[in-house]
Design a protein around this ligand. Structure first.
Ligand code: BGC
Length: 732
């Protein structure tokens, strides 16, 4: 090399050193170090490729399975899942936590359950819910949160009904996207679950009544077990009902990971299902994150490896080194498949900033518990749903002398069981909150309701009786029936409510349930509120709604049936719980209110329904260029909440293709002062008008006349109009 060459080499060396120093300082806040893949100016794909290239075969295989067997048990400082990372290359451990109601790692802020969140009909509330959970998951040292749960409520018997967003895919999708954005805004990665058609836990028979708080799961199912059942679902139903919320999570929510479910779907287990994981998720939706197996949901190493599972967090066996190496040695899979999985995991970690920040500390002291308790209260206020009001509500504290509070749930914190269970930092019960709200001048008596006659006598002399009643739902087994206690071997809250209502005509019932229940006494009470499992600040929120400090904000995200025989899965064991572990989704797209509407079944309370303490009027409804615009005015005397909804009735594209009479395609949450009005616009998209065409394997808009309905619930349409598509006509 000549002098010129040496000078050039020296210069290049200096520039290199400078760049290295600059990139090191750019990464100073992170923990990546000075490796080539730590250059934050490179794309996540390039960075993942560089790191992948630096790994040995054993290191790569080691990244496919989790490393901590104890995580599933929960407990303080115990992450639900751990992947140890690779110290040699500076790949830090990745920590995972449940879940949809809050972290399952010691105590946490117990938020209102997702079903309550769905009742808010408010994606902004979903963002705040996700934001709180994401923040606490982070402050407990985790990088990924196993949530949200977005499985559709196919049957209200489902043990995890409380953990998800009800029966409608449009509502579900909007809330899921809001939640994911909230959680990921905190710098953790969300994990939308359980993909897909995981709509039951299984029928445990009458033993289901042994489900109780404190046990990790419900008793083992005897039929239709989620671990083995095969959900037999036609493609159109999958696309229109069971997949849209996952699709929205990927395309609109930018979710980082997705959890494949326990069940089989049309024959293949979800975590080895090429149609689900590869055709739909990867190729059609363009998902670039990674697929995580539910706990124990990976069964067949070659099937998992070759068909799209990237990571098995627990117990790390099917995707553990022994079985993965066996699959490689026997030629059932190969290293390029392994590489593709590792690349996805690493790419996601780079894309979501995991390497370029410090490790999160596991320290509850970082959590702003008071602020989170306030958020929990606001979400719950927005979720409490007023179902009946015969002049009893709101209660007027100044005019009351005595209140009888009845029911054990008035004096407890209640929520669902399983991985969606959260131990609250602290809580306020409805009884405490009512006492606080009325002050010392009003006498508050309490009875736990275990003896109906005694409860009735406590209620008799009070100005008002407020009865609290709840169910118990848990992961692991479904409810055996839809009454509050089921079967009624431990108590009978329905009979107790009847007796209290007979003793005191001014009886108000507050339900704290995870989803729909039967309400046989609903015509005999003067008021009925559904408060769901209300979270740790639920007592305060419920008291504020009862006394009219705020309007009840909730609308039903699921139909409340009049009788158990009315639910879409009733009367045919092939539909539910399945025969020989085959669960036939025979009702097709007629899920939830779509079923009741099509079959002319009157529900106790319909989807989308909920009352306000004030009154609203709708006027000036226009449909132009695919936009529906109208005015909503508060014509009552107090501030109130209204949730206008848009439903479409699609024409049938051909013989045998059933269309539900109404499908939710828009909603808006409004809070208006008396006399105030708001102009609302819903934009109807092509997708809103589309059905899944199985012949072309794509979305299609049928030619014909579309019914457009502005409504206050699925059964209360305030204005109808029509829209012609594809040269179709609408008869006047
Ligand atoms: C549940 C998942 C959960 C996992 C870890 C499983 O039983 O189905 O939702 O994330 O456990 O707790």
């Amino acid at each position: 090399m000549g002098a010129k060459g040496r000078r050039f080499a020296l210069l290049a060396g200096l520039v290199g050193a400078l760049l290295c120093a600059l990139s090191a300082s750019a990464n100073a806040a992170g923990r990546c170090g000075n490796h080539p893949w730590c250059d934050t100016s490179l794309s996540p794909d390039v960075r993942a490729g560089l790191l992948l290239g630096a790994l040995t075969q054993d290191e790569k295989i080691g990244l496919l399975g989790g490393d901590n067997l104890n995580g599933a048990g929960g407990g303080a400082h115990n992450h639900t899942g751990t992947s140890n990372g690779i110290p040699r290359v500076g790949l830090p451990p990745v920590y995972y936590s449940d879940g949809p109601v809050g972290p399952r790692q010691g105590s946490a802020t117990a938020l209102p359950i997702p079903m309550a969140l769905a009742a808010t009909f408010d994606p902004a509330m979903a963002f705040r819910h996700g934001d709180v959970v994401g923040n606490e998951v982070k402050d407990k040292g985790n990088d990924v949160v196993f949530a949200p749960t977005v499985n559709i409520m196919r049957t209200p018997l489902g043990g995890r009904t409380f953990e998800a967003y009800g029966e409608d895919p449009f509502l579900d999708a909007k809330l899921a996207v809001g939640w994911i954005k909230g959680a990921q805004s905190q710098g953790v990665i969300a994990d939308v679950k359980h993909f897909a058609a995981n709509n039951q836990e299984g029928d445990a028979g009458p033993a289901a009544n042994q489900s109780q708080p404190g046990l990790p799961l419900g008793p083992p199912p005897i039929a239709g077990n989620r671990m083995t059942e095969n959900s037999v679902v036609d493609e159109r139903t999958l696309r229109e009902i069971y997949l849209p919320q996952f699709e929205a999570a990927v395309k609109q929510g930018n979710v980082g990971t997705i959890m494949c479910s326990y069940n089989r779907l049309n024959g293949d287990y979800a975590c080895e299902n090429p149609h689900l994981l590869q055709d739909v998720l990867e190729r059609e939706w363009g998902f670039k994150g990674y697929v995580i197996a539910d706990y124990g949901a990976a069964h067949d190493t070659p099937g998992n490896l070759n068909n799209g599972l990237d990571f098995e967090p627990w117990p790390g066996i099917a995707m553990g080194p022994t079985l993965v190496n066996a699959a490689l040695v026997t030629g059932q899979s190969n290293m390029s498949v392994v590489d593709a999985h590792v690349r996805r995991i690493l790419r996601t970690l780079f894309a979501y900033g995991f390497f370029d920040r410090a490790a999160y500390k596991d320290d509850d002291a970082q959590i702003d518990k008071a602020a989170h308790a306030r958020t929990a209260q606001q979400i719950e206020q927005s979720a409490v749903t007023l179902l009946e009001n015969r002049g009893a509500l709101p209660l007027k504290a100044k005019k009351l002398r005595s209140v009888a509070v009845i029911g054990k749930d008035a004096n407890a914190f209640i929520t669902g069981g399983g991985s969606g269970n959260v131990t609250p930092f602290s809580f306020i019960t409805p009884l405490q909150a009512i006492k606080k709200r009325v002050g010392p001048g009003v006498q508050v008596s309490y009875d736990d309701g275990s003896n109906a006659a005694r409860a009735a006598s406590v209620a008799r002399s009070a100005d008002v009786a407020v009865v609290f009643a709840g169910d118990y739902e848990t992961e692991g087994s479904d409810r055996y029936c839809l009454t509050l206690e089921c079967p009624n071997t431990n108590g009978d809250q329905d009979a107790m409510i009847e007796q209290v209502a007979a003793a005191n005509p001014n009886t108000v019932v507050v339900l704290e349930t995870g989803g729909p229940v039967l309400t046989p006494w609903r015509d005999k009470v003067r008021g009925l509120l559904e408060a769901w499992y209300p979270g740790e600040s639920g007592g305060t929120a419920i008291a504020r709604v009862l006394f009219g400090d705020v309007d009840p904000g909730g609308r039903l995200p699921a139909t409340f049936p009049r009788a158990e025989g009315d639910i879409p899965t009733a009367g045919d064991p092939n539909k539910y719980p399945g025969v020989a572990e085959q669960v036939q989704y025979k009702e097709g797209v007629l899920v939830g209110y779509r079923w009741y509407d099509k079959n002319g079944i009157t529900p106790a309370f319909p989807f989308g329904y909920g009352l306000s303490y004030t009154r609203f009027e709708y006027s000036r409804i226009r449909l132009k260029h695919g936009k529906v615009t109208f005015t909503v005015k508060n014509v009552g005397k107090r501030r109130g909440i209204e949730v206008p909804q848009l439903y479409l009735g699609l024409p049938s594209p051909g013989p045998g293709i059933v269309q539900p009479p109404r499908q939710l395609k828009g909603f808006r949450k409004l809070s208006l002062r008396p006399g105030k009005s708001k102009r609302v616009t819903f934009t109807i998209t092509r997708r809103d008008l589309s059905y899944w065409n199985t012949a072309t394997n794509g979305w299609a808009v049928a030619r014909g006349c579309y019914r457009v309905m502005v409504a206050r619930s699925s059964r209360n349409v305030v204005r109808r109009t029509t829209l012609a598509e594809g040269g179709g006509r609408c008869r006047r």
